[in-house]
Structures are given as structure tokens and as C-alpha cells.
Design a binder for this molecule. Sequence first.
Ligand code: OSB
Ligand code: MG
Length: 372
Amino acid sequence: MSEGVRITRAVLREVPLRLKEFFEISSGGTQARRVLLLTLEADGVEGWSECVAGETPGYSYETTQTAWHVLTRWLLPELTGSELEDGRDLCPAPWLRGHPMARAAIEMAGWDLEAKRRGIPLRKLLGGQAEAVPVGVSIGLQKTDAELLRRVDGYMAEGYRKIKLKIKPGRDVEMMRAVRDRFPDAPVMADANSAYSLARDLPRLREMDGLGLMMIEQPLHHEDLLDHAALQREIDTPVCLDESIRSPGDARLALHLRAGRIVNIKPGRVGGLHASVAIHDACRAAGWPVWCGGMLESGIGRAHNVALATLAGFTVPGDISNSSRYWEEDIVRPEFEMADGMMPVPDGPGIGVEPRIGRIEELTTRMEVFEG
Ligand code: OSB
Ligand code: MG
């Protein structure tokens, strides 16, 4: 490709989307998502992305509002007008610290734009081979075990290949044991979103160790890799890191410390797709499996996740579920729908799904446009 990329227009929108059901994790719950969508235009080609920041700072310090601020005040004003060889290398304000979710939105829209310029699927630009990826489902905390068992039963019947259950102190061993008793061979795992402490909860975590779980995700503090390493020495169940990994540097440190055995990669959390590929490569070299997590994305973020999950090291089913598991109606066409626990990877150019622009415009509550 000889022609360079010059971003002539960037549009940031906030689009409220209501989840079909309340989604609760140890640090709080979500029903009404405030999705940020970014569109970058260059030579009539549009790249799309979704910022994964949540409504509250209960998973990361970033929120819809901080991401809006960082994008509109610092990142997007520096983006338009400059000329680049490759859309994947968009990196405005390299001096800006933190805010990987805000930054990832630009980087990921750049990947979609570059793939569309070349007329190839994002999967190919990333180096992925798979035409469908194995997927699972993440189930929020439920009021009762009976309610949880009913959901597990339904999702198993749909064919999901990994069932992830949110846990917190008071809703853990007994609840997981009820699931294990009912579904002795099910591919079940737990995600604590940092709700435990090694000093206080090691006995509980040892009890969890006897339940034959695929893994336990982010049991301890999001900034404590040493404690995760100590825990992994105490239990046989693989520890999976989510919140603790915010960059390739974090991943290298986790590998060095043996702070787990598996990494959940969310491109939005780690600053984008280059960083995701770097983390994938480092884990693969060390023999750690990875899988693609989710942040309750619309079809636009989901399309990026599906493309990433085609890389060879993504051997564990991702938190990538049907559009209909989240939304009455998604904002892309076609919607995501798996078959037999495998999500087909769109094979059109870029993310390979069409944003429903009419519906997006109708839903938009605020918008900022940058031209250069
Ligand atoms: O910890 O993986 C998590 C959703 C919001 C914030 C954190 C997490 C999650 C999920 C949902 O587990 C996964 C999905 O998008 O289906
Ligand atoms: Mg998690």
C-alpha cells in the first residue's frame, strides 16, 4: 500500500444501550450501558471501534465520562490532519499516561480502517487463521442458587463451551458446589473481580480448589501480582489474570513472577490490538493459554474481540456470546450468533459487520466531531 492514511474526520458518540438483564459482579452491577462509539474517516473509508469503559469505576478507574474527557480533550484533537503509513499506528498524545481504554478506541478504529483500506478482514490483518472461534458465557451474580442453576442449564443447552460464574465472599464455595453437583462435567470457571484477600481468604480459596474448575479469574487485588503468585503456589486450579494486566509490561511481569497460568486479554483494557497481540505472543512463548474477555460490548466491540480470538494462542473459549444474550437488538448487521459453541468470524473487510447507522444516530445522546 503506497498511499498514506490521513484522518479527515473523527466522530465520537455516546449511545445508551439497555442490557436485557442486570449484570452483577463483586464490585457492583450494570443495567444501562453508556457505549462510546468512535468513527474515523480517511479517503472515504470508515474505521469503527467501541470504548469499553464502564459506567462506574468499579472494574477500572476509567469510566464513560473519563474516556469522553480524555478522547475529546487530548486524543482526538491531535488525531485529525496528520499523515501515517499505516492506520494501525495511530497513537496521538504518546506522552499521555494511563487511560488505556480511551486510547484503545482510537487504535482499534485504526485497525478496522487499515483492514478496510486493504479490503481484507481484520482477522487477516491480525494474523489469525480460524474461521470460527470457541465461545463461552459470563453469568452475573444471581439472587439464588436455583436461579443460577436454571441459567447454567439454559446456556449449556445452547452449546456454550465455557460457563463463567461471578463469585464474591458469601456467594462462592457453596454456590459453585451446587453447580458442580448438578453439572459434574461442565466446563465451569469462577471470576471474583478482585474480591478476595490472600491473608483473609486462603482457606476459602483452597476449598474452591477442590471443585475441578477450569480456572479462577482475578481472585485478588487488581494491583497485587505477588499475592497472585503466592496463591498459585498454593492451589492447583489455574489462576487467570484479568484486571491485573493493563499492558504488555504487566503481562511480562506476571509471566516472570508466575502470577497465574492463564491470561484473559481484553483489547480495550490493554490499550488496543498491538498490545493484545504482544501479550498473546509473550504468553504463547511461555506456554500460557489466553482467551478473549468481554466488557458487555455492542456488536462493534464484539467484532474486534472475535477477530483477535482467531490468533493461535487463544485456545480457551472467549467471553464472546450471542448478541441476543446482551441486547434486544444489536447495533450491527448481521448480529453475532454462534453455532455449536463456535462463533463464526465475519469475513467481510475490516470488522466485517455493518454498524446500523440510522439506529445509532437515533440513539445517540451526545456527539463530538473533529475535522482536519
Ligand atoms: O471481569 O470479565 C469481567 C463484564 C464487565 C466487567 C468485567 C467483566 C465482565 C464480564 C462480561 O465478565 C463478559 C462479557 O462481555 O460477556
Ligand atoms: Mg474478569
